[in-house]
Ligand binder design. Structure first.
Ligand code: GDP
Length: 624
């Protein structure tokens, strides 16, 4: 009995592989991915189902794009990864379908997938990128020299694929550490003559932590005598079970030197993208991420923006972190000037006066005035970008920052909070494979109904910068090392990012500590940490509010609404209390930074005098 690949059959019948998989699952067939195979009989049955479905859909031009509980089928379109395909992203529930006339949903087009390449050093990441660039990028200019802007678009028979051209998991995770997710798929390159190496394991951990689908490329199969089977075995041990072994990891054998298998790799990437159903609205709000930025001696600051939503245009005012710029010119990866860029396109933007940081989110402001306002607010409060986006959206809709949510809404939200299983997130490091495996085994036995011990990554050798970045992307993750010591550089980065690295020489001490963490019995030790100080420059009398407010100027650090205050007069403490009010003009704020004025209330004290110093501390848990 012969076998047929699911995606090939889907293509032949003119439906998406995703739909084909749904139909197969409905038949009880355990097909994992679109590159899995099915036998002839199954193919016949599923063909019948597709034909029935197409018949039901044909002749009915007005058929709603969102049919009940499933993605609609579009018979005429074999190639799903095009801008023209416009299926609904919205799914109508069965209940709604019964009671409401179904309106065609807004049609959101597909966008190309963004792929990052990771793996151990010298396994061929750069060679693979180079091969794809030279063979799949149709240069618009004779000679075809593409410029490095941080990403490039490859043309494949199944549509475009965007490759991030800085390989490696450090770049990928440092972008994630800033709150952005750039890649949709990770290709992990493993050299057939070397198999899984420490950085391969790291890359797998980083991709898994980001929850991006992984495709493995076994590279260098042109080398005589290499054994790809051995790599497949090793992948299985590293928790990536190849499809050929009954798992769901797509593994493709390639040679970045001869090009063998690369078309197959690209086809599989398109298939994964199809299943991920990646869509973005070019008419929606602009969303983008800086993927790299540099200063060019002649041109000035050049920042590459990957557009993730909306359309970026010349003359737009962009806000990135605490910087803004007006797009003076944009060039694509061929160095061609363009005037607009849709989702999935990476463009080099000229127009920032300072260099933005990779991983920062890009937003559009209406005009220069708005851009400045957004930045002033960010500087004052330094809230995180996601928080900020919500606030700006609320203000944009004419609602107050906190308005729009009633007490009932808030209570409702509180009511919705689910108590989830507590998770203890760890990154483990040990000096030898033996001790690492022993530790992993013992710690994983501690899983119980209330707590899940989640080991994001376990590796041999001292903790690395990559570990710190990985820890900083997941909530409450500790790095624990056995018989290893981080370098002072890595320790510094960890301190900076507030990631805790704990090292042990005695294995049972380490296990005990984790057990204590699991039971939540570690006694926390707290201490007060200096956060800022302000000088009182004006006494504002507000009898209605019950006393005086200290009109102050922040000299150092910041003043935090949640901080503790000590009022000093000529070097002596005259009062101590909690900050009970913090205002910028009339607005209540969470923080005020150096160089700004503010009004400060201190609990149980209001006899401020001009010249008093208000020193603010916060109570932090000391790492013991
Ligand atoms: P990276 O460190 O992962 O970016 O690896 P490179 O792309 O720099 O490749 C490391 C070395 O392996 C270079 O000498 C490449 O020429 C070689 N190499 C890369 N891919 C292949 C391949 O498919 N076959 C062979 N024989 N050599 C390769």
């Amino acid at each position: 009995m012969s076998k047929v690949r699911i995606h090939a059959l889907a293509k032949e019948l003119g439906i998406e592989s995703k739909r084909m998989l749904e139909l197969l699952h409905g038949m009880g067939v355990d097909a994992k991915t679109a590159s899995s195979t099915i036998d002839d009989d199954t193919a016949e049955i599923v063909k019948g189902l597709v034909e029935d479905e197409l018949k039901a859909g044909s002749g009915d031009e007005a058929m709603p794009t969102g049919t009940v509980g499933e993605n609609p089928v579009k018979a005429s379109q074999a190639d799903s990864n095009t801008d023209t395909e416009t299926l609904s992203a919205e799914v109508v529930t069965a209940e709604q379908a019964k009671t409401e006339p179904v309106k065609p949903a807004k049609e959101i087009p597909h966008r190309p997938p963004v792929v990052t390449i990771m793996g151990h050093v010298d396994h061929g990441k750069t060679s693979l990128l180079d091969f794809i660039r030279s063979s799949n990028v149709a240069s618009k200019e004779a000679g075809g020299i593409t410029q490095h802007v941080g990403a490039f678009e490859a043309n494949t028979p199944r549509g475009k694929i965007v490759f991030i051209d800085t390989p490696g998991h450090e770049a990928f995770t440092s972008i994630r550490a800033r709150g952005a997710q750039v890649a949709d798929i990770a290709v992990i390159v493993v050299a057939a003559d070397d198999s899984i190496m420490p950085q391969t394991r790291e890359a797998i951990a980083h991709a898994k932590a980001a929850k991006v689908p992984i495709v493995v490329a076994i590279n260098k199969i042109d080398i005589a005598g290499v054994n790809p089977e051995k790599v497949m075995q090793d992948l299985t041990n590293a928790t990536l079970i190849p499809e050929a072994y009954g798992g769901d990891t797509i593994v493709v054998q390639i040679s970045a030197r001869t090009g063998q298998g690369i078309d197959d790799l690209l086809e599989n990437l398109s298939l994964v993208a199809e299943l991920e159903d990646l869509r973005a609205d070019p008419d929606g709000e602009l969303a983008g991420v800086i993927i790299e930025a540099k200063v060019d001696k002649q041109a000035g600051v050049l920042a590459t923006v990957l557009v993730q939503g909306g359309t970026l245009e010349v003359s737009d005012f962009l806000v990135v972190g605490e910087l803004y710029g007006k797009v003076r010119a944009m060039t694509d990866s061929f160095g061609t000037r363009i005037t607009s860029a849709k989702p999935g396109v990476a463009v080099q933007v000229l127009g920032f006066s300072q260099t933005p940081i990779a991983g920062e989110l890009v937003k559009r402001a209406k005009n220069e005035h708005d851009a400045r306002e957004i930045i002033a607010r960010r500087k004052e409060t330094r809230v995180d970008a996601a928080d900020d986006a919500e606030r700006e959206a609320a203000i944009g809709q004419g609602k107050g920052a906190a308005a729009g949510l009633s007490i009932e809404d808030l209570l409702g939200k509180v009511g919705e909070v689910k108590i989830e299983k507590r998770q203890v997130n760890l990154i483990l490091r040990a000096d030898t494979q033996g001790s690492l495996e022993a530790l992993e085994g013992i710690l994983l036995r501690e899983n119980n109904d209330d707590v899940e011990v989640h080991i994001l990554f376990a590796g041999i050798g001292a903790p690395t910068e990559g570990d710190v970045l990985l820890a900083s992307t997941a909530i409450d993750t500790k790095i624990m090392g056995f018989s290893v010591t981080p370098s002072s550089g890595v320790q510094k980065i960890a301190d900076n990012k507030k990631v805790e690295i704990k090292t042990y020489r005695i294995i049972y001490e380490m296990i005990d500590e984790v057990k204590k963490m699991i039971r939540g019995t570690i006694e926390p030790v707290f201490e007060d940490k200096f956060v800022g100080r302000a000088e009182v420059r004006q006494i504002i009398k507000v009898p209605k509010a019950g006393g005086n407010i200290a009109g102050s100027y922040v000299l150092e650090g910041k003043i935090m609404r949640s901080g503790k205050a000590s009022v000093l007069r000529k070097g002596k403490e005259v009062a101590k209390g909690q900050i009970s009010g913090l205002k910028r003009f009339k607005d209540d704020v969470r923080e005020v930074l150096t160089g700004f004025e503010c009004g400060i209330n201190v609990s149980n004290f209001d006899e401020f005098e001009i010249g008093d110093l208000i020193v603010v501390t916060e109570t932090v848990e000391v790492k013991v």
